[in-house]
Design a protein around this ligand. Structure first.
Ligand SMILES: NC(=O)c1ccc[n+]([C@@H]2O[C@H](COP(=O)([O-])OP(=O)(O)OC[C@H]3O[C@@H](n4cnc5c(N)ncnc54)[C@H](O)[C@@H]3O)[C@@H](O)[C@H]2O)c1
Ligand SMILES: O=c1ccn([C@@H]2O[C@H](COP(=O)(O)OP(=O)(O)O[C@H]3O[C@H](CO)[C@@H](O)[C@H](O)[C@H]3O)[C@@H](O)[C@H]2O)c(=O)[nH]1
Length: 480
């Protein structure tokens, strides 16, 4: 029986391995992690991450051919294929701080693999890593291997959170990069056979190592660039009376452009886009390509601009101050159908409002008060380290309250901000919300999910990203 071990039981390691176990009953899959609470959660009824469809699969396979364990060394030693899906955060100190990927966790995993291995292995990069990481990993493994042979493959993951299971069942493509040597080709073929259990062969792309590593960074940069492009247009729409949804539709019907990923928003979030683009920028700089670096940096700059613009719009619309005003936040996760808050735009928006002394009341169906308080007090990039290494929230932010009910959050508020596109926000009783709010009552829709006409009929002053402005908002100078 082929044995797979995955180091890192996170948003990628957990779902990816669960799907491999489901689709390949003849393979034994062990997911290992240094975090005891995380592994305990994977072995309980309360999984550590919320992902539609995941629980069913874990329940089906756990204890049969899918195991979660903290005995990292044992499972690595026994495995034929070792996936490494550990954190690759942005460096916070030293060379490349604020841009370069911090490969501490990767390197320690590679050293451990070399230490404990007693048989040849295929080591698969599942984490998103800088191009050429495989070369460094090869060196670590080779110099510590005691004669054991390792083949390194790059097999980046393209799943998106909230749709991880659907993406894994039906990927647009699986990408495998390897060394162009007989041993390298053989390793690529072995991994290809795993995926071929459910992915059509013509959707399994094989390349050299560096193309696979770089394709992952490139794909995220292209995706994020589309969002920054449409968000840049949203600002122009507000100034000209154009409607960004209409513009995006008209642009996206061109088959060369395509309709996906053109939703204007308060800004993109999530653990990947910013981190991976910063990493790409750093790699360009290190390779003497400052113009290319500047080009990609702009995608992040526009994203920051969009988040600032949103906060400034709120404050300027409300007579240029939100001091002591209650502002309700609907949605804190970085997108719907996940409880993940890593780099969520809600953090920046809340911090911006807190900077103007607002009282904030937050409701998100999947995010706990503890998580929100940690997010609002954590330093930039701290969130991307393993949980047990993250600083605990030193103090709670007093002007922030968290409820489990949208009506409670909005009661007595001056304004409501929609920051995550949860479906349930579309069907709230907005008349009831309006009746219980201070007047004038504002709604700032950062996701364009609201029925604007209906809200205006009720009496709200409504701001939607990139849409023709309410007369009220037109009269209020926006300091952006
Ligand atoms: N989250 C996504 O949607 C996504 C999608 C594609 C790629 N990626 C990439 O995959 C990688 C992992 O992302 P994630 O979201 O799953 O992160 P995560 O933080 O959810 O999981 C990483 C896990 O690795 C564990 N870990 C760290 N060092 C370890 C070690 N030496 N031994 C054992 N366990 C260790 C941590 O405790 C943590 O549980 C990152 O490089 C990320 O960029 C993420
Ligand atoms: O038209 C759009 C599409 C997305 N977003 C926002 O962009 C962010 C990222 O969304 P999405 O890409 O759907 O989720 P992620 O889980 O971050 O997935 C991205 O990052 C992963 C990690 O690398 C990759 O594997 C995926 O392919 C890539 O889509 C979220 O805040 C979304 O709300 C928009 O604002 N407008």
């Amino acid at each position: 029986m082929v044995k797979i071990c995955c180091i890192g039981a996170g948003y990628v390691g957990g779902p990816t391995m669960a799907v491999i176990a489901l689709k390949c009953p003849e393979i034994e899959v062990a997911v290992v992690d240094i975090s005891v609470p995380r592994i305990n959660a994977w072995n309980s009824d309360q999984l550590p991450i919320y992902e539609p469809g995941l629980e069913d699969i874990v329940k089906q396979c756990r204890g049969k051919n899918l195991f979660f364990s903290t005995d990292v060394e044992k499972h690595v030693r026994e495995a034929d294929i070792v996936f490494v899906s550990v954190n690759t955060p942005t460096k916070t100190t030293g060379l490349g701080a604020g841009k370069a990927a911090d490969l501490t966790y990767w390197e320690s995993a590679a050293r451990m693999i070399a230490d404990v291995s007693v048989s040849d292995k295929i080591v698969v990069e599942k984490s998103t890593v800088p191009v050429k990481t495989a070369e460094a990993i090869e060196k670590i493994l080779m110099h510590n291997s005691k004669g054991i042979k390792f083949q390194i493959l790059s097999n980046p993951e393209f799943l998106a959170e909230g749709t991880a299971i659907a993406d894994l069942f039906n990927p647009d493509r699986v990408l495998i990069g390897g060394r162009e040597t007989p041993e390298g080709f053989k390793a690529v073929q072995t991994l290809k056979e795993v995926y071929a259990n459910w992915v059509p062969e013509d959707q399994i792309i094989t390349t050299n190592l560096w193309s696979a590593e770089l394709s992952k960074l490139a794909a995220n940069a292209f995706l994020a660039q589309r969002i920054s492009s449409v968000n840049a247009m949203s600002a122009l729409c507000e100034s000209t009376g154009a409607d960004v949804t209409q513009v995006a539709y008209a642009v996206g019907t061109d088959s060369r452009i395509g309709p996906k990923f053109l939703n204007a928003s308060v800004g993109f979030g999530g653990s990947c886009f910013q981190k991976d683009i910063l990493n790409l920028v750093y790699i360009c700089q290190c390779n003497g390509l400052p113009e290319v670096a500047e080009y990609w940096k702009q995608v992040i700059k526009i994203n920051d601009y969009q988040k600032n613009r949103f906060v400034n719009r709120i404050v300027s619309s409300m007579f240029n101050t939100v001091s002591n005003k209650k502002v309700a936040i609907l949605g804190f996760a970085f997108k719907k159908d996940t409880g993940d808050t890593r780099e969520t735009p809600a953090i920046d928006v809340c911090k911006g409002l807190l900077g103007d002394k607002a009282q904030i009341s937050i409701y998100d169906p999947q995010v706990t008060e503890e998580q929100i308080q940690r997010d609002l007090s954590m330093k930039k990039f701290d969130w991307d380290h393993p949980l047990h290494l993250q600083p605990m929230s030193p103090t709670t932010v007093k002007q922030v309250s968290v409820t489990w009910d949208a009506y409670e959050a909005t009661k007595g508020a001056h304004a409501v901000c929609v920051l995550t596109e949860w479906d349930e926000f579309k069907s709230l009783d907005y008349q009831k919300i309006f009746d219980n709010m201070q007047k004038p009552a504002f709604i700032f829709d950062g996701r364009n999910i609201m029925n604007v006409n209906k809200l205006r009929e009720i009496g709200f002053i409504v701001y939607s990203i990139g849409k023709p402005l309410d007369a009220w908002l037109k009269d209020m100078p926006a300091f952006i």
